[in-house]
Design a protein around this ligand. Structure first.
Ligand code: F6R
Length: 341
């Protein structure tokens, strides 16, 4: 949906409130207990899939069953009666997600639909599938609270996670604090989001996180730069990037001078990954245009991940401003969906 940058800034500033509301929506939803639950699958695309990755990373050390994210028309063969499937589409009209939903029905999975309406809401209502209906009118990527937190609340309601409410409270406080730091009123000298946008301008952002923690943040930053600033960006994760990508910083030197690298750190990173980040930084410094290192803040995993996501969200909107671009419309995505219709 189209939205000018003013609306965009407003949605960003209200993200903390959105997360609180999202938690309540999830808690209110009745989901039947799944006997002998073996896997959780989140099926969705783009802005509706990244919440699945947040869930996967969040649950890695906390949930006794694996969380898999599915970005396709079809579901993996392991999906069956012991699977809980979250079918997530903000619009409710994404064809891949509708197809995966039908397959989940055929396989007898327990399904929860997370959507603002569309065909998915109608199908789920007709099928007697629980629907978590989130407010419409946002760009999916501006609805990340709505497209992630309700799933945590459902898993908490099923007795598989606990302490989520307290973590959401910490998150909302953290976001309110950062809304001032990163907001329009905060001058460049004190505003890391504006500084990052200036560093990215005219360059190619390369965003690096760590497996199991900030990998999902790196992926989110990339997507936000793509969709808001309409600019290319790439992401990868430690330690894997130490085994291939790191070799690719020799040629062509003039291209490498146009890269701006961001390293995202978290206290949950493996200690050896921390060393790898420091060594890698020394290897590329002087070759690339610059390196920014950012460390998450907060106690709980939710606040920590979002402290970094939020910085990237703001930076990507400032980059759009620097390019004179409206962050709202994603015309190419709309064009593609139209051509396929
Ligand atoms: C993000 C965005 C896309 C959509 C994706 C799927 O702002 O516009 O990444 O999220 O095309 O559409 P939905 O989320 O409606 O299922």
């Amino acid at each position: 949906s189209a939205m000018d940058s003013t609306g965009y800034f407003a949605a960003l500033a209200e993200l903390g409130t959105q997360c609180r509301n999202a938690y309540m929506l999830g808690r209110e939803t009745r989901v039947p207990a799944v006997a002998d639950l073996s896997t959780v699958v989140v099926t969705g695309l783009g802005g509706s899939a990244i919440g699945g990755d947040l869930l996967r990373v969040y649950c890695q050390e906390r949930l006794r069953v694996p969380v898999t994210v599915n970005r396709d028309y079809t579901l993996p063969a392991f999906v069956g009666k012991k699977t809980l499937v979250f079918a997530v589409s903000y619009s409710g009209n994404t064809e891949e997600t509708l197809s995966a939903y039908q397959q989940a029905r055929e396989k007898g999975a327990t399904i929860v639909a997370l959507t603002s309406g569309g065909k998915l809401a109608a199908l789920a209502a007709a099928d007697g599938v629980p629907v978590i209906r989130v407010p419409a009118g946002l760009a999916p990527r501006a609805a990340t609270g709505y497209l992630f937190i309700p799933m945590l609340a459902v898993l908490e309601g099923l007795g598989m996670l606990d302490g989520i409410e307290a973590e959401v409270e910490e998150l909302a406080r953290e976001l309110a604090h950062y809304a001032t730091t990163y907001g329009l009123g905060s001058p460049v000298a004190q505003n890391p989001a504006k500084q990052l946008a200036l560093n990215f301008k005219g360059r190619l952002p390369i965003i690096w996180g760590a497996s199991g923690t900030t990998e999902v943040v790196a992926q989110r930053w990339k997507g936000q730069i793509n969709e808001n600033a309409k600019a290319p960006a790439y992401w990868n994760a430690f330690p894997e990037l130490n085994h291939n990508e790191i070799v690719g910083f020799e040629e062509p030197a003039e291209l490498i001078r146009q890269l701006w690298v961001v390293i995202l750190r978290d206290k949950g990173d493996h200690v050896r990954v921390g060393y790898r980040m420091e060594i890698t930084r020394r290897v590329i410094e002087g070759k690339v245009a610059g390196v920014t290192e950012v460390t998450s803040t907060g106690e709980g995993m939710l606040a920590r991940l979002y402290s970094l996501i939020y910085l990237g969200d703001w930076a990507s909107v400032y980059l759009a401003m620097l390019y004179g671009i409206d962050p709202g419309p994603v015309k190419v995505i709309d064009y593609l969906k139209g051509e396929l219709a």
